[in-house]
Design a protein around this ligand. Sequence first.
Ligand code: FAM
Length: 440
Amino acid sequence: MASIQETLTELVPVKQAELVALKKEHGHKVIGDVTVDQCIGGGRDIKSLFWETSLLDAQEGIRFRGYSIPELQQKLPTFKGPAGQGEPTPEALVWLMLTDTIPTKAEADSLTHELYKRSEIPQHVVALLKSLPKSLHPMSQLVVGLMALQKDSKFAAAYASGVHKKEYWKHTLEDILDVWAKLPELAALVFSNTYKDGSVGSKDPSLDYSANFARRLGYNKPEFDELMRLYLVIHSDHEGGNASAHTTHLVGSTLSDPYLSYSAGLNALAGPLHGLANQEVLGWILDLQKKFKAEGKPVNKETITQFAWETLKSGKVIPGYGHAVLRKTDPRYTSQREFALKYLPDDELFKIVGTIYEVVPDVLTEHGKTKNPYPNVDSHSGVLLWHYGFKEFNYYTVLFGVSRALGALSQVFWDRALGMPLERPKSVTSKWILEHVNNS
Ligand code: FAM
């Protein structure tokens, strides 16, 4: 069986030739126009990014290399064996995102092994993390840890020694495998530094990436391992325009190595309109519960509607609802709901999430601003973690950060393998726009 490195060594020249042919045959053709609204409106729908690992449809949601989430669940190998014996593993998804092929169980397992081998964290990084104040947000701690690991970047070392540009992708792949392997370790250290005594649970070479991450965080239940697999798969990639993926790609385009590029992506993910929304959702639900308990009222459709309006009237967003591109319920929300129906149908917070779903789309529609009144991925993830006793919700975005590395860095691999150039779109001033529209 070929390793991931051997498989990619065969594939890279094929994909390079395909891109050359695409440019030669179709390079001059138009795929979109840009309006003034789009230019001053965050670039929505402008087709100007190249992203191979996944594609988002506004109505249907995300597809990874052409496969929807339910299709991944039917086709990708699981921890126990072939597809269908539980949730797919993130290692299997990574193989698919990198190679454009569904892996066999043996191929996915080889990647598990490869990542396990590389997972050790140097002592200077452990000491650095332990020196950080517990009050520093876990996302900031994760970035500090990843930046400190950059000392060992194989790409940066190869570049400094004058390696030929045709070889960049090999050193980039080395770094990407290292970052994927070490991120859960860093994340577990951040967790322990923030909420425990600084020590982490032990890992086990017979387990997969997700179960080992769960053990490092102190969780031992196979059901929680399944949740971790689902979580790491569905948060991994959401095409290229979202802020964390785009930032990683942009910074990588300067030939910053994968440590530097993904640290930048994590900083984008840490914003409340992006990945931090998952902690905001949990906070919103707990505030809602607390308020109505204090007032002696039940949490039901009426009180949730009242709370939603209070949020909107105080000039805040309802976290976990709306999306820049999607215009329907996020399939990542649906897959988490299905998990909850299977494993925790009677959970109190899960029921509240269900009731929120029954009323908030109508409230947002009546409010009349948001283009998409439906829930996104963040509106469900927190209650699943909470159910298993994972209540440190300021930490939730770190889990998202471990997952998003899988997609964003799979694309960075192809960016270097395909020789993608420095990203540098054109900006214009308001004066330029006025002159342009008046003269056309
Ligand atoms: N609650 C209240 N107002 C909302 C809203 C929500 N959930 N979603 C959108 N709006 C408002 C938005 O703030 C904007 O208002 P202004 O005109 O006053 O600026 C208006 O509706 C139009 O926005 P839009 O075009 O529908 O959405 P955008 O593309 O500008 O923004 C989001 C997209 C995701 C930033 C926005 O829906 C939001 O703030 N949602 C809540 C935060 C959240 O859940 N973020 C996580 C997104 C997630 F998928 C992820 O990245 N992990």
